[in-house]
Design a protein around this ligand. Structure first.
Ligand code: HEM
Length: 538
């Protein structure tokens, strides 16, 4: 069943959205007038000329001329599915979110994507994958807009246009498409060394997944949960695939890009059609909400850092099952609009400066991508909670709002019974105390540590995985034209690990530089070699 339809006042009626079939006994114009011929233009005689008065010809071609909308500025290529989320109730102590209460079942829509490629690019390229989930809860829509890699390239959203400009094809020839094998990407990540952690994950097998069904997902930022008593807990969200985490090897990924560029979207749709419904457990790592917002010395507001699962185990809080393919790619997969600011009571944001920029960016881009401010009325975006928002008019308004007083309080339309702060079901921002401070553009001192965690990741890899990482850096950097970019990247690798640097340098035929930062003595113990792979459930 699709999302609810809107009543004339903009309220969901509860009735499923009627699908518009392609069948039918006869064709009509968009106005419903029955046609007798849709294959021949109206002409002055069989050899023409064509007559301007042919309304059907003009309507058909005009509509076709406007079929395309802009692709997403990032994550343009994606595939999606409907499903359900069943809560285990194990998060009940830390959040009052009703969809996380024991036994709650919530419809979901999930879109997986690559980040850099355009809509028609290949699926199996080396890239981060998006993993965005829309929970249609009874308290409003909650979107968990994550990736399959637990950290991000940058720490502050003000650099997002820069990192994407560097990763997208060069502006002169618009090549290369959807690969990290170019000068601007390596130029950026070697000049902004906060990107080192995300980059080494990208050079690992995590960036060439075998299937969307076999990927982890991460909310990345730290969020703040609020329970029924108002107590808060900091939290990181994780999706763990029931099928386990599996990757392609590079040669498979390369060949598949050519032989079946639709490999991942076909795999997802075929599995669901065959009844092999993919499943993920949603899990949380929880941390005390202290004024420092750190855990075991790790800054929880820094999106380039993980908290190893040995230090904070991931606890399962629910199970997601994807069980239905979209009926129409454009209507659902293309028009779905996720937003990290779509929150429900019990889940709030933190002051992560990357998240702050995201809270602005998604709504802004969707106003242009989806043609105005009313895209929440598109069936796939409609909340499954009653809507009474006083937002009016605008492009593509399809609700027929009644009454005369679209503001509150008002004394003409019956006003609105709820007053701010008195409705216990309302989303209320956590009333955090803010320290006395001054306006600055500085980052916290801990944000300057760019190499401890990339080194931790490297040391946690098996020998085969390390060979793959060395080969990936060597291949991608060998495509760079600029010697200076290669040399600067080798200097970054030296600060991760001397052997990694030396092997890549040999592959490129360049000398290996020495480290400029002290190499953190991270213990490559068996426990840490499980980094990102343990799954304790209590
Ligand atoms: C789209 C994830 C950072 C701006 C997306 C999508 C995902 C995602 C999964 C695709 C959603 C879909 O399938 O429709 C992330 C993650 C981030 C991050 C995990 C960091 C932790 C940012 C930042 C900005 C940004 C910092 C801007 C300041 C956008 C925009 C879109 C997008 C403009 C296109 C949205 C649309 O057209 O509907 N992001 N993103 N993202 N992201 Fe991000």
């Amino acid at each position: 069943a699709g999302p609810d339809t809107l009543s004339p006042t903009g309220q969901p009626t509860g009735a499923p959205q009627a699908a518009v079939a392609q069948g039918g006994a006869y064709l009509t114009t968009a106005q419903g007038a029955r046609l007798h011929d849709s294959d021949h233009s109206l002409k002055a005689g069989p050899r023409g000329p064509v007559l301007l008065q042919d309304h059907h010809l003009r309507e058909k071609i005009t509509h076709f001329d406007h079929e395309r909308i802009p692709e997403r500025v990032v994550h343009a290529r994606g595939a999606a599915a409907h499903g359900t989320f069943q809560s285990y109730g194990t998060a009940g102590k830390v959040t009052k979110a009703a969809f996380l209460a024991k036994g709650a079942e919530t419809p979901v829509f999930v879109r997986f994507s690559t980040v850099l490629g355009s809509r028609g690019s290949a699926d199996t390229v080396r890239d981060t994958r998006g993993f965005a989930t829309k929970f249609y809860t009874g308290e409003g829509t909650f979107d968990l807009v994550g990736n399959n890699i637990p950290v991000f390239f940058i720490q502050d959203a003000i650099k997002f246009p820069d990192v994407i400009h560097a990763g997208k094809p060069h502006p002169d020839r618009e090549i290369p498409q959807a690969q990290s094998a170019h000068d601007t990407f390596w130029d950026f990540v070697s000049l902004h060394t906060e990107a080192t952690h995300h980059t080494i994950w990208n050079m690992s097998d995590r960036a060439i997944p075998r299937s969307f069904r076999m990927m982890e997902g991460f909310g990345i930022h730290t969020f703040r949960l609020v329970n029924a008593k108002g107590a808060t807990t900091l939290v990181k969200f994780h999706w763990k695939p029931k099928l386990g985490v599996h990757s392609l090897v590079w040669e498979e990924a390369q060949i598949t890009s050519g032989t079946d560029p639709d490999f991942h979207r076909r795999d997802l749709a075929d599995a669901i059609e065959a009844g092999a419904f993919p499943q993920w457990e949603l899990g949380i790592q929880t941390f005390p909400d202290t004024p420092e917002q750190t855990f075991e010395g790790i800054d929880l507001l820094d999106p380039t850092k993980i908290v190893p699962e040995e230090l904070a185990p991931v606890r399962a809080i629910g199970l997601m099952t994807l069980n239905a393919n979209p009926a129409n790619y454009f209507a659902e997969t293309e028009q779905v609009a996720f937003h990290p600011g779509h929150l429900v009571p019990g889940i709030d944001v933190t002051d992560d400066p990357l998240l702050a920029g995201r809270l602005f960016s998604y709504l802004d881009t969707q106003i242009s991508r989806l043609g105005g401010p009313n895209f929440a009325q598109i069936p796939v975006n409609r909340p499954h909670a009653p809507v009474n928002d006083m937002l009016r008019d605008g492009m593509h308004q399809s609700a027929v709002h009644t009454g005369v007083a679209p503001y509150r309080p008002n004394s003409l339309d019956g006003g609105c019974p709820f007053l701010a702060g008195t409705d216990t079901g309302a989303f209320i921002e956590v009333p955090l105390e803010l320290p006395a401070t001054r306006k600055v553009r500085d980052a916290p001192a801990s944000f300057a540590d760019h190499f401890t965690q990339p080194r931790l990741f490297w040391l946690s890899m098996t020998p085969v995985e390390r060979e793959h990482i060395i080969a990936a850096y060597t291949f991608e950097l060998s495509k760079c034209q600029q010697q200076a970019v290669k040399e600067r990247t080798l200097a970054v690798l030296a600060n991760i690990d001397p052997r990694l640097c030396a092997e890549v340098a040999t592959g490129l035929g360049l000398p290996a530089p020495a480290a400029t930062e002290p190499l953190v003595d991270t213990d490559p113990s068996p426990a840490l070699s499980q980094l990102g792979r343990t799954w304790p459930v209590d």
